[in-house]
Each structure stands twice: as C-alpha cells, then as structure tokens.
Design a binder for this molecule. Sequence first.
Ligand code: ARG
Length: 609
Amino acid sequence: MPGTSAMRERTGPRRGSAGTIVETMADPLYTIAATLREAFAAVTGMPAAGIDPVVRPSDRADAQANGALALAKQLGRNPREVAEAVVATGLLDAVCSHVEVAGPGFINLTFTPQFLAAQLVDAAATDRLGVRSAESPERAVVDYSAPNVAKEMHAGHLRTTVIGDSLVRLLEFMGHEVIRENHIGDWGTPFGMLIEHLVDVASVDVAGVDGVDDLEVADLNVFYREARTKFDESDEFKARARDRVVKLQSRDHLETTNLWLALVHQSTKHFNEAYRKLGVLLTDDDLAGESMYQPSMPAVLERLHAAGLLAESEGAKVVWVPGYTNREGEPLPLIVQARSGGFNYATSDLACVIDRVERLHATLLVYVVGTPQSQHLAMVWKVAEMAGWLVPPARAVHVNFGNVLGDDRKMLKSRSGDPVTFIELIDEAIDRGRAAVAERSPELPAAEQAVLGHNIGIGALKYAELSSDRIKDYVFDWARMLAFDGNTAPYLQYAHARICSIFRRAGVERASVRATMPTLSEPQERALGLQLLQFDTVVHDTLDKFSPHRLCTYLFDLAQAFTAFYEACPVLKEGYEATRDSRLALCDLTARVLQQGLALLGIEAPERM
Ligand code: ARG
C-alpha cells in the first residue's frame, strides 16, 4: 500500500489498509519474522500479532532480530534471558542452521540453504518473481509530465515524465488500477497573445476552419518569446490579445477556438514525438489539460460558497487557508477568482481534485511535480479537504523533485546559453548511445546497432533521473550516466545481456532450469540467493516512498552480487557439470529480476550487447 511508512517493512508483519496481517512467500525476513513472533509469544505469553521482532539484514549472519530488547524492558525481564528462551523454543530450527544470542540480547540467524533454495524456486515459479501484489488494490491517478502549450518542454519536464512513468509501471505491477493524466498548461491569459501572434504570422487564412491544422510552428520557444515581446511593446497588440482572451473564454467564437486548438495540436504533436523517443506510456488519451476543467470552475466557486469557505479580499474571491502566511507573516489566502473575474491555476486544480475523486473514483492522487509547487499543491489540497472533497480513503501525494544542474551546479544550459530543452536531451542521449555501440560492438548489423544504441542512450538518461534521490538536485553528466561500470543503466543492461549469452553458449532453454533447487554451498551463491529474495521487499519499499532510486540501488547491488558469484563459481566450465543446473538457475533468476526491475523503471533490457 503506497504512501505509508516503510520503516516497519522488515520489522514486523505487513498490515494492509483493512488491518489484515499478510505474510510473504518470498522474502525470508518476513517468514522468519512470523516464526519469531510465535516464539516470542510462547516465551512472553503476549499475543503474537502485537509483537514486533525487529528483524533486519545483518553482516554477522543472514538476519538479526532485536525484538528481545524492547520486550524484556516492557516485561521487566533480562533481555538476554528472553532471547535465549526464544531460541530454546526450537521454533527457529526448521529454517535456521545456526542461531546465536549476541550482545545485550540480539538473536543472530543463519538460514538453512534448503530453506533459501525453496524460497528461490517459489520466486522463480511465477512472473512476479516473488513480489506480492497489493493487498488492497486501489484506483490511482498519476499526474505527470504536464508541459505547457506553445512552450518547449524543459529539463524539469524530463524529470516528471521519467519518474511519473516509472511510478505508473510500479503501481500497475502491484495490481493497482492506474489512470495517467497529463495536466498540460493549455489555458489562461497568455493564449490571447499567442493566438494573436499566430494570426499575424500564419501563412494560411486563419478564418478558414480547415487550414489551421496545417500551421507549423518551427520553434515553440521562439514563437512564445516573439508573442511576449509584441505584447510588452505594442498597445495595439495588447488590446487585441485581451479581446482574444474574452473570445476564447466565451468558447463560442469558432475562429478563436480553432486557432487555440491549432496551437494545442502543434504542441501535443511535439510532446508526443518526445514521448515516443523516450518510450513512455503517455498518449493523447491521457491528456487532461487545464482547459478541460474550465466548464466546472463556476461550480467550484458555488460549492466553496455553500461550504462557507468563500471570502473576498481586495476584490478577489479567496479561501483563507489556516497555517499559510506570506513573507510579512500575514495570512495567505488561496485566490480562486481574480478581481477581473478570471479563474486561475488554483481553481483548475480544485476542479481537478473534484474530478479525480468524484468522477474517476480514485483514492490515490499522485502529483509528480517539482518542489517549487509544494505550497500551491498543499493549499489546494487543504481547501479540498476543508470543503469535504478530499477525504479518506482519498488522499493526495506530492512526489516532488529537485532541479537538474549542469556541471557548474547552475540550472542546466545548452551551448547557446538557453535552458536546455527536453528534446535536445533525448536526441543527444540517443546519439551518444549509438556512438557507444558503434565503438563497442562494431560487428553487429547496422539496424541492430541503431536499436541497441537507442535503448542504451535512453536507458542511461532515464536511469540518471531515477537513480538519485529525487528530492535532491542532481548534476547532469553524460560520461557518468553512459559508463559501463558503476551504478548506471548500461552496467545493468550489460549484466543482463551477459547472462542471456551464458544460456546461448550452453544451448540451454532458460525455463528448463526454473524448478532446479540451487545448492547455495559457496558464500557467493548464498549472497546472490539472499539478494534475489529481497526483490519483493524492495519493490514494496520503492512504492511506499514513491522513490525509484531504491529499486535502482537494489538492482546495482544485485548485479554486483552476480559478478562476485560469476567470478567465484564456474557455471559452464568443464568439470563443473554437477553444479551446472543449480548455477544456471541462479543465473536465470538474476536475469529475470534485472529485466523486470529495469522494466519497472521504463528501461529496456536487450538480450545481446
Ligand atoms: N503545467 C505545470 C508546469 O509545467 C505542471 C502541472 C502539474 N499538475 C497539476 N495538477 N498542477 O509546471
């Protein structure tokens, strides 16, 4: 269940929103936690369900349980004694080869290889690879990407697009129903000047209804800037622009509506091109721009009024939101209707909350939006809460993120000094990916090189966005993100492709080894096995915190555990026939977890590199 605390994940039973306790199949730490609760209950006489055995992975053993400390304190007993009594129950012997009480009352646990091997075979038996689906599936709206019409998408839009897309994939994998919404900025007063500028520069007869679709705006940023300059410099243009806004808002002036549609169409064409190259899920069906909520704005005001929340301040209609103040320390209202009568970004976001909860019946509202909009969103949600529109189980989560910086630690700029655009980044990623492939794998046919290069370049770009804590700013660095070693997509893609090639060389069908119990006699086999079994916990943690970097870190650790295993444990070498299938089973599961993990990040895992 996303949006809840992650810290209890390893320390106790997982509780669904309905309060039910569910044990996992895959992660041995959960299984052992359940057994430990029984043992603690037997020793203390307390009900098992209320006991937290505090199980964590450990350097000394496979896991450590620290629950005896708190329990003993509660009961006024000696913690070491409690721990020893727990061990003496014998309940742990079925799954542990070694149990030891250490320090003030820690219980160090080493699992039997048979227990781990059985968990691995279970994980390998299904496509979920041991990952439990959500206990209470929900309907979630994920609001992401959301560029603005008639402006270029910038690096910040790349962040929301890549992070949001990964969250959509994670939520769907867990069994939630996801509605993607691309809340594009397609409405507001700037459209008056943009439409007038379009009229001035268009080569076709704008009054004609059919011509507008063929209008081409080569460079959206230039177009926007030209319109802005005219607006600032010419009173005549300014007057026309104002007049145009009135026509647009009345929605019954056909020529204006068509010109506006032409602008929106120009922009979405450009957005779609970027989405296609980037390989994200968004399509035109996901568009839910600000304009969509215009018709319902008057109702927002009526409902606020009915709820007794609407106030007037300096001629504007506002809602006073407790707890918010401006720089001078005075109460700060949320303005929902300007003095001029126009609605704004806040009004449209309020209408949008109502739409998501009341029409779409979503209970989880995820907003993947940059940190600067924190206050705006918090105020909108507070008002929606006060009005009774956003009430449990419905809730909103701000998945915020920091800036993309250049190596000078300032906002990322292109060579011309302008902010770098989304499409430039994507194209450069693809070029660089292709160059890397041409250098490393010149023997591959050209068509294969092109696809592989695309997947490597885009993978590197996405992974760079996802692998650092989203809340922090991150420094954009082509060389680092495209390196074939380190915590990068090419490294993980390569680890996956290498395993695929082991099977090709062996001439073994991957699925044929899936029922084989791995023997786990070497320490590197054991370490790899334990790592594989953590996939479940990690995917749940990642979604609980809406933090894809957790999954990235895990995949990197897994690839490293695999490398250590592969160096120490020959798989196909002559003389190692007895362990071959057992080791191939570990190889296969590693490749599947890598492939599935990358897929959840929206990254391809080629079979050959
Ligand atoms: N269009 C906005 C921007 O580019 C983001 C919109 C985010 N979504 C929302 N419901 N406010 O900054």
